[in-house]
Design a protein around this ligand. Structure first.
Ligand SMILES: *Cc1c(COP(=O)(O)O)cnc(C)c1O
Length: 434
């Protein structure tokens, strides 16, 4: 299997990006190529270079690039002049999606949620969730967690921990308290106990919260995975203190951690769930906020938007639900492959005294240094592997391979990663560590 990109890597007209595209562009900086095609787990640049994709559009492509069944469903829909715009009308595509979501996801899990179609980005689903929780409870304050990432619009950004991202707001980000996530003070300190204590103490200064907003695995914040016990405690604490529990499943959901939802079989049921990223299954923008029926309290259009029904995304999402989630086979396979990934990463990490992070097919290696992790991921890219970092200091190398990757190809990518870590460790960093 050869995948070495052509060494030139020239971008046909690099200057057009320099001249016209805003300097806010980011991923393109660490992957300075121009991409034209992709299929399955592979991306191709315009110079004939081929890349194994361990980023999956930041987990928007859990089923791989241009999955044949999803692509055909979309081609058929467009060929038949299906509705393409995004107003929240009733459409054939929306009906099929709602029915399929009910049949394939909700009913078999014994879950009862209303589906709210928000604007098509994850941050919009989070805005809707926290607005709804504030409306339902009549409270203002939301509890979010250290290292949490929830999006870039002001409400969601206020819930995000990262200082560089928060700095872009230009106004105070308020009405959110950031409490320590599971393990923040090390294994000895139960941060759920601390939260309960503060909420139960009338003199702690912590206002009664409208919601507790949590990721089960922190996608951008360093792949910290909360334990099921801790999450159950947080669910109990929310209930005891009259707050709604919001699980932000935008990155950890859609099979990334095994189940369709990341909290399955953990023994609690969120009041509100946010989803986006891999929901359309094809990288098309599509976000959802799910809530228990008793919280369906927005009046018509109270949280509105022009793109609250991406019909093309409904079509591909429906095809993905039918193909991957109608029975348990896919889930079993993802869990098995997640164990494989864990075993391999653990072996690599142990060699250098690093630790692994994450759960399911959402795992990585904490190198303890953003510089080291950046050196490794850049070297991986040069060797034809697309892979990114995560964490407060970008110190965690994050594997987000498509869930459909076969074991052998997963191994090929991990071989590249292992080699590049070894090279980085035997050069400057090994010397620096002495
Ligand atoms: C990506 C992400 C978001 C924001 O989604 P956008 O589509 O980028 O707005 C919110 N929460 C989590 C957990 C995410 O990973």
């Amino acid at each position: 299997m050869t995948m070495k990109p052509k060494p030139s890597g020239a971008i046909p007209d690099r200057m057009i990006y320099e001249r016209r595209e805003s300097g806010v562009r980011s991923y393109a900086r660490s992957m300075p190529r121009q991409f034209g095609k992709a299929e399955g787990v592979w991306m191709h640049d315009s110079e004939g270079g081929r890349y194994l994709d361990f980023l999956s559009g930041c987990s928007t492509l859990n089923y791989g690039h241009n999955h044949p069944l999803l692509k055909q469903a979309l081609l058929d829909y467009i060929a038949a002049d299906g509705i393409a715009h995004g107003l929240d009308l009733h459409t054939d595509a929306k009906e099929a999606f709602l029915r399929t979501f009910e049949d394939v996801i909700l009913t078999p899990r014994g879950l009862d949620y209303r589906l709210m179609f928000t604007g098509p980005t994850g941050t919009n689903a989070v805005e809707a969730a926290i607005k709804l929780a504030r409306k339902v409870t009549g409270r203002e304050m939301v509890i979010a967690f250290t290292n949490g990432f929830h999006g870039m619009t002001l409400g969601a950004l206020a819930c995000t921990g990262n200082a560089a991202k928060r700095g872009g707001a230009g106004v105070p980000l308020s009405h959110v308290a950031h409490e320590p996530y599971d393990g923040y003070y090390g294994p000895e300190v139960d941060t759920a106990d601390l939260l309960d204590q503060r909420l139960s103490d009338p003199s702690s200064g912590l206002d009664a919260p409208a919601a507790i907003l949590v990721e089960t695995v922190q996608g951008e914040g360093g792949l910290n995975a909360a334990s099921p016990e801790w999450l159950r405690r947080i669910a109990d604490i929310a209930k005891a203190h009259g707050a709604l529990l919001i699980v932000d499943d935008i990155q950890a959901g859609c099979g990334r951690t095994g189940g369709f939802f990341s909290f399955e079989e953990m023994g609690f049921t969120p009041d509100i769930i946010t989803m986006a990223k891999s929901l359309s299954g094809m990288g098309l923008p599509f976000a959802l906020t799910l809530f228990r029926p008793e919280f369906d309290q927005f009046s018509p259009g109270e949280h509105n938007g022009t793109f609250r029904g991406n019909n093309h995304a409904f079509v591909t999402a429906t095809a993905a639900l039918r193909h991957f989630w109608s029975d348990g086979a896919f889930q079993v396979d993802v869990r098995r492959r997640g164990d494989l990934l864990d075993a391999r990463l653990t072996r690599i990490a142990a060699r250098y005294g690093f630790e692994t992070r994450g759960r399911g097919m959402m795992r990585g290696i904490n190198t303890g240094s953003g510089e080291l992790a950046g050196t490794v991921t850049a070297a991986c890219f040069d060797a034809g592997l697309i892979i990114e970092t995560s964490g407060a200091h970008d110190e965690v190398i994050k594997v987000l391979a498509p869930l459909v990757i076969d074991d052998a190809t997963l191994g090929v990518g991990l071989d590249i990663l292992e080699t590049r870590i070894r090279e980085a460790m035997t050069s400057e960093y090994a010397v620096a560590a002495e």
